[in-house]
Every structure is written in structure tokens, then in C-alpha cells.
Design a protein around this ligand. Sequence first.
Ligand SMILES: Nc1nc2c(ncn2[C@@H]2O[C@H](COP(=O)(O)OP(=O)(O)OP(=O)(O)O)[C@@H](O)[C@H]2O)c(=O)[nH]1
Ligand SMILES: [Mg+2]
Length: 722
Amino acid sequence: MVTPTNAQKMIQHFQEYFTIYEAVLPYLGSETNKKLIIEQKRDWMRKLRQTEFPVAFLGSYSAGKSTMINAILGREILPATNQPTTAFPTLIKKGQAEKAVIYFMDEQARLELWDSFVSDIEKKIDQNLQRQEAIGKHFMRIKEAVQTYQQDTEVAIDQQALIKLQALLSNWGNDAYKGIKEVTLSELRNYVEGYVGAIYVDKIEVFLENLNLGDDIVLVDLPGLSVDNKRHEEFTKSYIKEKAKAFVVCSPHDKVLQGKEIEFLSKINQQNPTIIERAFWVINKWDAANSKLEQTQSLDSFKAQAKTYSFSINAERQFQTSAFNYLLLKLVSEGTIDESPNLKEGLGNLIKSGIIKEEKELNQTTANSLLTHPDIITFSQFIDSLFNYLNQGAKDEFIDDAKKELLQIIRILDGCLKPLDDSYSESTNPEEETKSVEINKKLRSLIEQLKQKATEFSQEIRTTQQSSFWQESDTQAINQELSKKIQDINRLDLLNEISTGVDMDYNLAELPYILDKKVELTLLMRKRLISVIDSFFIQRLSKLLTALEIINPEYLPEEMMEKLEDKLCERDISMRLSGLADALFYQYGSELQRIGLNLKDCQEQELSESDKLLRTKARSDKLKEIEKVLQMYQTELEEFIETIVIPLNQNIRRTLENHTKDLEKELLELFDNYQDEITKKIARNINLDGLIIEELTKQKTITDSYVKLVNLKRAILENPEK
Ligand SMILES: Nc1nc2c(ncn2[C@@H]2O[C@H](COP(=O)(O)OP(=O)(O)OP(=O)(O)O)[C@@H](O)[C@H]2O)c(=O)[nH]1
Ligand SMILES: [Mg+2]
């Protein structure tokens, strides 16, 4: 048998593992998945510490679980009837005195149970019935809600949950159903399905003095999963899933491997087939299978069901038995049958099963020899096999499982630590290496940030809508200025300027040139263009400069910064723009000429050859005429502006794009060219003391932990805990 020391050793191994794990945890980075797997195994320390070794008996109601436990114990301890009987999880263990202890649910457990019934009803009537009041009032509200629902929909709903609520409410404050209550073994028969306080019972523990099992073995009679107390259902599930260390699955011969319990087992099987491989499978009530045919059918059905659920069943752990007949004969042979009047009434079953012909045949001696009857001996074989397993194999297997799990997480951690450990052991001067790694890291990050800013800048320019440069309002502003300049022109002066003597003649063809000196349209346009570009582009240039400067000022070489400032000033773009403006106005000269000719044409149309008088018009008339001419001039210029503005934005966009592209390239090159300088600056300014200490600590932790891990693994593998 496995000594507790083995479990303790395994706990120590787990503890050691988790100490190593916690030490290196800060350096494991983003291995979330691995960490999760490792964390989940912590639970093994709790499992290993739990010295009790629960054996769960599982099966549908009336399968004979309680009878089977009684037969194993060789005493009629647990109540067993042909009705649903076992209402609570019942744990049978060794104790100082023979007694049963009833544990009632505490307030919180009751409320949870209450809420679970309420949520059943909520689902049925599709309403929120959350508890806000005392449970009595709550119950009334629920009852009314159910009634209203039924009236409104004319659908009758299943009242089970409501009945359970009422039952739970009925003795809520009754002290008889609170706390812990000790009863004698013979009183146990009162605590079965139908007992008034049943709904408040959490579990029952039965203590027996002379249990023919190891001290820590606990037999657990589980209520089936069809019970309507949710807590008991949860209890059963949790036993199957995590608590039970061995299983006995019990089916009656006529309903093998059927019911909710088996379905639940099949789910467990998918996650952890080992549980199923280690289970014991008993087809009980074999005596009631009356013919060879029925027995064959039962076995066939067992095989078919096992296949359906993909249970891999160990043939040596599968038995067909009659727990009831075995128990009867056992009690008769020991001379204690009179202490179990209920059972005694069932003696007829031995005749029915063909074990004996008449009751009077039966005395202690015959009963004893009948225990080896082929139909009875299977139960002894089952007990032997189970005990053998419990007393020898089961604990080894349990420790083995723990070991496997521990080795698995050792491998995971090994996979994380080994590469690090290898790289550290290669390094000869860790301080220098740390320093150069750190400088390099900083350099790369800095260059990357600088480049990113430059690229973002050019990206932004490239993706700007072209209509957002020169806008309609800019054209309007130019027109207004133009109009104002024309307004400001002194008409008389102008008249004088363009008149020649008394026989004044307009030299209108020259007028646009004269006017242009006053109006200076190209200058107006250039200024406007510069202000457009200034607000859009030049400001962005200086923003970029600031953004670059603040990334990490102490690491940026002055010379590089000067070059940056130079590249990001407005000079280059201004030059490009002035080129753009020149291109815009390259037709301006001929435009002025065209306007001049236009104006002259108009004048000549008005002056007919015969009407010489007009040549000597009154001054006031001449002024009027000048006014008209100016008006015309203005309109012509506005039209001209309109025509050059149309392709203007396209040109601005192209100019800016070209400029930005060149600029981006220059900046990226600049950053690359200055890498050496930057490295020097980083090396001079970086404070590595803290980092080096940190890195050295990390290296030491990793290398030390790795050695510990390797030793732990060796210790586990070299010392089989058997
Ligand atoms: N013929 C025959 N009857 C049995 C055998 N084992 C149990 N019974 C009877 O079957 C009925 C149910 O047995 P229980 O031991 O109460 O079954 P259970 O699985 O504990 O049932 P619940 O507690 O209700 O879940 C009882 O009347 C038993 O006497 C058996 O091997 N042969
Ligand atoms: Mg039972």
C-alpha cells in the first residue's frame, strides 16, 4: 500500500515546482496559454493533501447502489427500497463511534437553492422574478405571476418548482432543520426520500467502527442526477468530475448503462477517459434476469451502450451480480439476519433465484457454503477486485496521475527556460552585452520613431483632399482686393495719364499695363498663395520639427538637428511655389495685351468717323467712360483669375507631393546617416546601472531556476514513488 509519505513527497515536488515557477514568472512574457495550463495544476496540491479517498457509487435510482454498499459493508446500514430512496449524498467512513450525522444547509445554501427553483419558473413563464423581498412575500408574488401567466396564455405549467419552493418555505425558520444533527444508525431509515425536512439536508455522513477498508476510504452513495434538489445534483456532478478517486457504476440488469448519470459520465469520458478506464461496472439484480436469453440481452445491451458512449471498459472490472442475494446470505451466514427484519422479508428472493428450494434449508452453515454459489460468488469477486484496487492500485494510480501532470508542466517550463539559459551560458561578459543590447534597443526604437513621424507626415500630405488648398473664399478675397484697388484709383489722374493733349485720345491698349502697376495682381495672387500654403503646409513642417525634437532630445545629435531645421524650413517649398506662380502667370503678359486690345475695340466701335464731337467730349462724359472701361477691365481680370484658379489646386497638390516625397526620402536618409552619432549619444547619456542589475538578476534567476527545475525533474524520475 502507498504510504502517505508518497503523497507528501508529491506535494513537496509540486510546491518546489511552483516556487520555481513564481520566481521566473516575471520573465515569462506573453506565454499566456502556458501560464494558464500551469496555474490549473496548482489544484493538485489540494487534491494530494486531501487524505480521504472517496469511492463514488453512481447509477440511476433503484439500481441498487445502497444495497451494494450494504453488501460491501456486510451490514444493512443504508436504507434501500424499491422506491426512490437515497435523497442525499451519503458518505460512509471509519469513525470512533457508530453514528450518522445529518448536515443541514446553511442560510446561503438555502437561498441558492431557492433561487435555482425561481430561475426554473422564470424560464417557464419568461419573466424576471428576482427576489427583492422576504421569501414569504417573494413566494406569493411568484405564485401570482404563475397564475396570471396560466390565465393569460391558457397554458398550464409544470408546478414542480413551485411545489419545491413551497416545501422550502414551509419550515424555513424551523430549528429542527438547521445545523448538524447526530442520529443513530437505525434512525437513518427515516432520512430518505419523503422525509419532511429532506429539502433542507445537505449531506449525511455515516461513521462505522469496524470498516473493513483502509482508514481513508470513503464510500459515497450518490443520489442520481434525476433528483430534483439542484444542490444534490451539483454534489453528484462535482464528485464525478473532481472529487471521487474511484468509481463504481451500477446498473440494473434490465436498464444497463442508461439515464442521465451515464450521459454525464460520457461527457467526463471525453475530457478524461482515464476515469472511465479505472471504473468498476456492475450489472446488478442479475438474479432477476430470469432466463439465459434475458441475460444475453442484458450483456449485449451493455456492450452496445458502452460502444455508443465510447467507454473503454476494463473487462476485469465488469461484473454481473446480485447484491441483494449476496447480502442476505452473508447476514444469514454470520447469524445476524434477525437484526435486519426488512431484509429478512426478502429471503423468498433466494428461492425465486433458485439458490435454495425452501427457507428452512437455510442455516448459517448452508448460507456460508452458498456464498460460493456461482450466482453469488461474483459479488465476492467484485468486492475483492474493488478492495484490491482501493488498497493497492488506486493510490498509486492517483500519485501517478499527479506525477504525469507535474512532469507535463515541468516540460512546459523547461521549454521556456532552456533557450534563455543556453543564451546566458554562452555570454562571457554579461554587463557589456546587456549594455550593447540595451543601446541597440534604444537606437532602433528611436530611429523607428523618427522615421515613423516623417512617414506619417508625408502620408498626411498625400491623403489631403486637393480642394482643401486654394478655396472659393481665396478667390473671393482676391476679387475683393482687386475691386478695392480699382476703386482707389483716382479717375482724373488716370484720365490725364492716358489722355494726350486737348485732342484727347484714349490710349486704351496701354491701359491694362498702366493699371497693373497700381493693381499688381500677380503680387496679390502670390501673397495669397503663400498664405494658403503657409496655413496648410509650412505650419505642418514646423509641427513635424517639434515632434521630432521632442522624441528623445538627449539622444539626438546637434548637427543632425541643425540639418533637420534646415530641411524643414520654408525656403525650399517657397522656391518651388515661386516656380509654380511663375508658371501660373506665364500668360499674364499676353492677357494684359488682349484686354488692352479689347478695350480699344470697344472705344472704336463707339467713335464713328462722322461723329468727331465725341473726341472732344465733356470731361464728365470722359470720366463716365473711364468708369465703364475700368468696370470692363475688372471683369476681364476676374475671368482671368477664374481660369488660372481651376488647375491651381492640382498644381499645388503636385508641388507639395513632390516636395514631400523628396523631403521624406531626405529625412529617412538623414536618420540612417546619423545612426553612429545617435549611438554615441545614447551610450553617453543612458543610465544602465539599474538595467544591468535588473538583467543580471534576471539571468541569475533564470539560470538558478533552470538548474532547480532540472534537478526536480531528475528527482521525480529517479525516485519512483512506489
Ligand atoms: N432482486 C434484486 N433486488 C435488488 C438487488 N439489489 C437491490 N435490490 C432492490 O432494488 C431496490 C432498490 O435498491 P436500492 O439499493 O435502494 O437502490 P438505489 O440505487 O440505492 O436506489 P435510490 O436510492 O432510490 O437511488 C430495493 O428494493 C432493493 O432491495 C438485487 O441484486 N436483486
Ligand atoms: Mg439508495
